[in-house]
Ligand binder design. Structure first.
Ligand code: FAD
Length: 488
């Protein structure tokens, strides 16, 4: 019997856990024996993807859901036996609001309704109407998300809609985020169709043709549409929150997961790696680094200074999540809908607020509302340094302004992340290329997680599939080589 290959995954967030689970499953399918270890510095696995049930309220530390437009996430959910626990967003979560000039205004998704809405000014709408006449940019250089939005749809759109939306996803600054790295589909749409309205028309036409062809072929599948979470997908979670996914992965990996194990360095000795944890050094044939980029930079300092510099240059936005539960009578304006995005310059400091129990059933007790403020981000880095009292002052002011909240909340639960969300700023693709160069030049070393090719849970899971496939393929090939040389 051959000795099992030692595989070490550093980091037990959703990326590390999913990769570890898939490596184990794929290795078993390929008949390649492995000894797997996941090293997580925290006392509990899960990273940002954790949930707490407190006094009947469901509080998410980080992600509150994922869109069902990434088949790999649905596949993983199915394979770990959680498919029957999936819960879709309520239909009323399709209603979203934006704060403009100190008032909440509904964001209309259909073009005609948008024209009649007061989410942006008339001047902004008129300028947006000129988009089909804006020439396509052909120089191929990267530009910021704000530059792209201003060029195609005008400065009003970029400031009043695009920037708050970007804050809602990346907690980022649209003026520094790279369009190609953060929103590659947008860049592709312009490259393919010459503009966004043209792309919308072409896609609509394609969808209608596909529906017609499906009808002619006697298929009854519904045509995919945008759902409550926005275009291209419907938001999903589990009854006990997104933490169910990481809990299930960790419990299936069982003893392979070591918590309270902070890795301080990765070294190389010939074909093998050394993983330093406290005074101990674990030997590994393959390593998956699934920690935030600044932590990854520290780990590879001795291996490759160029990759270390690239990793260290991936910035993070600090984010604080403030969950507050209220009796409905304590809210003068208990919003029915997904939540509110806030433009910069409004009398609210939060980037936005979610009405968690309006998005998903079962997240608040009967007669109560769970509100979740997202504060901080790249444009308000000071938030993570506030004292608890200062933070409470900000939260109470924001909730009073947005929802007319008064009196003491029934629930107070805060989560603060200094390394909250990776920022794919201009130059991100080059930094990732540098990390990928290190991967190619060091057989057996892999990097995955939200820092590189997708910041969402879906992005992490998709990458986990790709990395686990490459890793197991390499293990199988190395085993075959060893077998061949032993036989010779
Ligand atoms: C507030 C917030 C809201 C979000 N909302 C959404 C959402 O609604 N939908 C969505 O799809 N995404 C959302 N995201 C993004 C999503 O949470 C991340 O993409 C995902 O959780 C990242 O997973 P990860 O495993 O890459 O990183 P992490 O979750 O950060 O996990 C990394 C792990 O590595 C460990 N670690 C660090 N250093 C070491 C070390 N030296 N040794 C060992 N272990 C170490 C950490 O303790 C951590 O457990 C949100 C993020 C935040 C912060």
């Amino acid at each position: 019997m051959s000795t099992p290959a030692k595989v070490v995954v550093v980091g037990g967030g959703v990326a590390g856990l999913a990769t570890a689970w898939l490596v184990r499953a794929r290795a078993a399918e390929a008949g390649a024996p492995i000894e797997l270890t996941v090293l997580e510095s925290d006392g509990v696995a899960g990273g940002h993807t954790r949930s707490d049930r407190v006094d009947g309220f469901l509080c998410e530390h980080g992600p509150n859901g994922f869109l069902d437009n990434e088949p790999r996430t649905l596949e993983l959910v199915e394979r770990v036996g959680l498919a029957s626990r999936l819960r879709r967003a309520r239909p009323e979560a399709a209603r979203r609001y934006i704060m403009r000039a100190a008032r909440l205004r509904e964001l209309q998704m259909s073009p005609l309704r948008f024209l009649g809405s007061d989410a942006v000014t008339l001047g902004t709408k008129l300028r947006m109407g000129l988009e089909p006449f804006v020439p396509q940019r052909r120089d191929g250089t990267d530009e910021s998300v704000a530059e792209f939005g201003t060029r195609r749809l005008g400065a009003g759109f970029a400031a009043s809609l695009l920037d708050p939306m970007v804050s809602g996803i990346f907690a980022g600054d649209s003026r520094t985020l790279s369009l190609k790295a953060a929103f590659p589909k947008m860049a592709e749409l312009e490259a393919e169709h010459g503009g966004l309205f043209r792309a919308m028309l072409a896609r609509g036409l394609r969808a209608r043709r596909a529906a017609k062809a499906a009808k002619a072929a006697g298929e009854t599948r519904p045509t995919p549409r945008g759902g409550p979470a926005g275009p291209g997908g419907t938001l999903h979670t589990f009854p006990e929150g997104m933490g169910e996914l990481t809990l299930r992965l960790a419990s299936e990996l069982a003893a392979a997961v070591r918590t309270g194990a902070r890795v301080t360095a990765v070294t190389r000795d010939g074909e093998r790696f050394g993983v330093r944890v406290g005074a101990e050094t674990l030997a590994a044939d393959a390593i998956v680094v699934a920690v935030p980029a600044p932590a990854a930079a520290e780990l590879v300092a001795a291996l490759d200074p160029r990759a270390q510099a690239a990793l260290a240059a991936i910035p993070y936005a600090g984010v604080t999540v403030a969950c507050r539960g209220y009796a409905l009578e304590s809210l003068d304006r208990p919003l029915e809908g997904f939540g509110v995005l806030v433009r910069r310059g409004e009398p609210v400091r939060a980037l936005g607020a979610l009405c968690s129990d309006r998005i998903f059933e079962g997240q608040a007790p009967e007669g109560a509302r769970l509100l979740r403020l997202i504060l901080g981000g790249a444009q308000d880095p000071g938030i993570v340094d506030l004292s608890p009292d200062e933070l409470e002052g900000v939260v109470q002011n924001d909730l009073a302004t947005l929802f007319g909240a008064h009196g003491a909340p029934r629930l107070r639960q805060d989560y603060s992340w200094r390394r909250g969300i990776a920022q794919y700023t201009i130059g991100h693709l080059e930094r990732v290329a540098e990390v990928e160069r290190l991967e190619r030049s060091s057989t057996g070393l892999y990097f995955t997680g939200a820092a590189y090719r997708g910041v969402s849970v879906n992005g992490c899971v998709k990458d986990a599939f790709a990395v686990s496939e490459r890793l197991v393929r390499a293990l199988v090939a190395a085993r075959a080589r060893r077998g061949a040389s032993a036989a010779a």
